[in-house]
Design a protein around this ligand. Structure first.
Ligand code: P1T
Length: 388
């Protein structure tokens, strides 16, 4: 198929056909893993577009094409992890840039910004769910960049991407959206005005908890070239085998996301009705403070649920070590269900007083609802509730 025709396909077809063309040399329907570090040149500088795998690799190129088409982007850079994708964005900014960042982001992102890049840039953390707060902060700080995670990890707060990027654009502030929790299947921030979309491919995009990877998608050629040069100079490129695994995993993205969302809605409703639960946060519930915005900018509500157990950290520990089918582990977005305690696990690098100021308390439990039979998942939670 022609590239222009491929881009017109629905997402469920794009994940299979963009970057999924048969191998030209052999007709192999599955992409070869170009497990090579270098490429033979005809004469110095004359080659087939590939010189060295840190710079480019044909297996990774296929994945980049697929991802770009899913986010309606012209360009895509596939990296060795979600955090190395974030690192490239940080290096692409002039030193001493002011950066406004959402106050609830993945703990590793918070650690990257407040430790590794703290001397290079100047970070201000704000609640991005209120456009008025964003506008006031942009006017006060005149930032180069606004960093949004929506929904956030782990509080699932939602920022109105269209409204917020409009404000940022009016002040010449670039916006990055970490779209990991929605995957490109349920949300496309570039269409809503964002300049860069970031994903941890470790999560839904790969979907099988067997790869660490990240990616950036964007439409600005100059910015893309700057980011690609950084990737080539610093070296956090994804290995051909890992790119191949993601190409394999991404084929079922649509099916998986629909199943995650369907299960999560049932689990969220079950939790909301449970007497031992203080509060449930799921974008699909009417009780979610930004449910209307979620409906407007997302085509599904995803598979992540956060809930507050009635009781203290001891009760949480008991609950977390009693569940069986929900595996107690960091990460999310795989076919299997996971459960974790952000204060002790994924967000331990966020100081306790900062966690508590944003409502990330010790009785908060995060679920990544998998695609198993939902009755089995609910039965597992019920057994654990009976023990606390
Ligand atoms: O783990 P890595 O591929 O480097 O991605 C980092 C990252 C970036 N953005 C978001 C929203 C994330 O959730 C993550 C990684 N998160 C976990 C490992 C976790 O359990 O929340």
């Amino acid at each position: 198929m022609k590239k222009s025709d491929l881009n017109k396909l629905h997402k469920a077809s794009k994940v299979i056909h963009v970057g999924g063309h048969p191998d030209k040399e052999t007709g192999a329907i599955m992409p070869p893993i170009y497990q090579t570090s270098t490429y033979v040149q005809e004469s110095p500088g004359i080659h087939k577009g590939y010189e060295y795998t840190r710079s480019h690799n044909p297996t990774r190129t296929r994945l980049e094409e697929c991802l770009a088409s899913l986010e309606n982007a012209k360009y895509s850079v596939v990296t060795a992890s979600g955090l190395s994708a974030a690192m490239l964005v940080m290096h692409a900014l002039p030193a001493k840039s002011k950066i406004l960042c959402g106050d609830d982001v993945y703990g590793g992102t918070y650690r990257l910004f407040t430790t590794v890049f703290n001397d290079l840039h100047d970070f201000v953390f704000i609640d991005t769910t209120d456009p008025k707060v964003v506008e006031a902060a942009i006017k006060e700080h005149k930032p180069k960049l606004l960093w949004l995670e929506t929904p956030t990890n782990p509080l699932l707060k939602i920022t109105d991407i269209a409204k917020t990027t409009k404000i940022a654009k009016a002040h010449k502030t670039l916006t990055v959206v970490d779209n990991t929790f929605m995957s490109p299947y349920f949300q496309n921030p570039l269409d809503l005005g964002a300049d860069i979309v970031l994903h941890s491919m470790t999560k839904y995009i790969n979907g099988h908890s067997d790869v660490v990877g990240g990616c950036l998608m964007l439409n600005n050629k100059k910015l893309y070239e700057a980011i690609w040069k950084l990737q080539n100079s610093i070296g956090p490129s994804q290995s051909p085998f890992d790119s191949w695994l993601v190409l394999r995993g991404i084929k079922t993205l649509g099916l998986r996301m629909e199943a995650h969302a369907k299960n999560a809605m049932k689990v969220a409703k079950y939790l909301e009705a449970h007497p031992k639960v203080e509060r449930v946060v799921y974008p699909g519930l009417k009780s979610h403070p930004q449910h209307k915005i979620a409906k407007k900018q997302m085509s599904g509500f995803g598979g992540m649920i956060t809930f507050f157990l009635k009781g203290d950290i001891k009760k949480c520990n008991k609950f977390l070590s009693t569940v069986n089918m929900f595996a107690l582990a960091e990460s999310l977005g795989g076919v299997e269900s996971l459960i974790e305690h952000p204060a002790i696990m994924t967000h331990a690098s966020v100081p306790k007083e900062v966690r508590e100021s944003i409502g990330l308390t010790d009785n908060l439990i995060r679920l990544s609802v998998g695609i198993e039979n939902v009755d089995d998942l609910i039965a597992d939670l019920e057994t654990a509730f009976k023990k606390v």
